[in-house]
Design a protein around this ligand. Structure first.
Ligand code: PSV
Ligand code: MN
Length: 401
């Protein structure tokens, strides 16, 4: 790939940021209140727009329903539009209601399953109203004890629900099915790994794809190998980027394991530049999303850092000499093939990124620009310090109305 092609690709990169990453969040021990943290969906959208204004590569914001519920979706859509971003994936919440104690779409009681399904179908309607193309599904459906429920029956209940959801997707929409090997309970998770997700997607229909959250694997899992498999099958729908060291830590992506992030991007670039049409088309429509909660960090700066870390990883992956790599692989030259990746990982891509930023007309150094802008202090002044956790379902008014 030429330098020009790399810069061009960098100007087309897009990372979606999550509304819930802008509000206060915490652990089960404590939620620390951050001065100026977004209190409403309007403030979350406006903070996401700031990340896009500074980076040029964060053009959409994911919503979580009902945390971000509003009365007038067209108003929110117009609000986002007037701030230079759009509404991205819609995330139903199938884990916070009392009735979900034994699960949602897998619950043993058909009435609870139906209510959970109705909530997801509502989210499909919100997709139409906001112009969103992705329904992002994560279930907290898990059992805690052997014998607690019939695992095959739960699988069948889920398959039936996912098929119904698939048939209600709006025109051009798709559903992304996220897996996680544990949590909130600890015996058997109904969508425990990518294999379970992909099987459910295959049953549900062509517009169902797997969502890979980097924090949802056991220690040592080779995530880029999963990515390669799903690309090849046309079933990689998107990512929830974050970083982990122990569990689902939701730290800033690229901070604990930048090499892993680079290897994931390397698989994607391989698909984008390779000759297999399925893998290429799949890679072209990946929804790259951040899923993090910033418990002690300043929210906007943390999100900006996350997006920029993805930019660096992508720039490095684009810099891999793929012809040399293919040659070394074909020759069975193990170490030269490895060095092709190592060289790109160690390459200085700052010049490429600087040029991409110049073309996108964003600051050359987004973090310094943000810090020097005084926005954090202004927001702290305007919004104050909200105690209490983020993510409460409050309906709020458009401040511009
Ligand atoms: C669950 O751990 C998860 O990764 C899902 O994507 C949720 O929607 C998100 O975190 C926010 O709680
Ligand atoms: Mn996630």
């Amino acid at each position: 790939m030429t330098q020009e092609q790399i810069v061009e690709a960098l100007t087309r990169q897009a990372i979606e940021t999550p509304s819930w990453g802008y509000g206060n969040s915490g652990t089960r021990f404590k939620t620390f209140a951050a001065p100026g943290a977004a209190r409403t969906v309007w403030e979350k959208v406006s903070d996401a727009a700031e990340v896009h204004r500074l980076s040029g590569i964060a053009p959409s914001v994911a919503l979580h329903i009902p945390w971000d519920e509003v009365d007038d979706w067209t108003e929110l859509r117009d609000f986002a539009d007037s701030h230079g971003i759009r509404i991205g994936s819609i995330n139903p919440n199938l884990f916070q209601d009392e009735e979900y104690r034994l699960g949602s779409l897998c619950h043993p009681d058909a009435e609870v399953r139906d209510r959970a399904l109705e909530h997801v179908l509502d989210c499909c309607r919100i997709m139409t109203l906001t112009g969103s193309k992705e329904l992002s599904l994560w279930l907290a459906d898990v059992t805690n004890y052997v014998g607690q429920d019939d695992l095959r029956a739960r699988k069948q209940r889920l398959a039936a629900a996912l098929q119904t959801i698939h048939s209600h997707l709006p025109e051009g929409g798709r559903m992304l099915v996220e897996y996680k090997f544990y949590e909130p309970a600890f015996y058997a998770t109904d969508l425990f790994d990518w294999g379970a997700s992909v099987l459910h997607c295959q049953k549900a229909g062509p517009n169902a794809q797997v969502l890979v959250d980097l924090g949802h694997h056991a220690q040592g899992t080779n995530i880029e190998a999963i990515v390669a498999f799903l690309l090849d099958e046309g079933r990689l729908g998107g990512f929830h980027f974050n970083a982990r060291r122990y569990g689902d830590d939701d730290l800033i992506v690229g901070t604990t394991n930048p090499f892993e992030l680079f290897c994931i991007y390397s698989e994607i670039v391989g698909a984008l530049t390779g000759s297999d049409p399925t893998a290429r088309e799949t890679a072209e429509s990946i929804a790259f999303m951040i899923d993090q909660s910033h418990n002690i960090e300043p929210k906007i700066e943390a999100m900006l850092q996350s997006v920029l870390n993805c930019q660096t990883a992508y720039a490095k992956a684009l810099s891999i000499d793929r012809a040399a790599l293919a040659h070394a692989q074909a020759a069975g030259d193990v170490l030269e093939a490895h060095r092709c990746l190592q060289r790109a990982f160690e390459a200085d891509v700052s010049g490429l990124i600087r040029e991409a930023r110049r073309r996108m007309e964003v600051p050359e150094d987004p973090i310094s620009t943000h810090r020097a802008s005084g926005l954090a202090a202004r927001l702290a002044d305007e919004r104050g310090t909200q105690t209490g956790g983020g993510g409460y379902p409050v309906k709020t008014q458009n401040p511009d109305a």
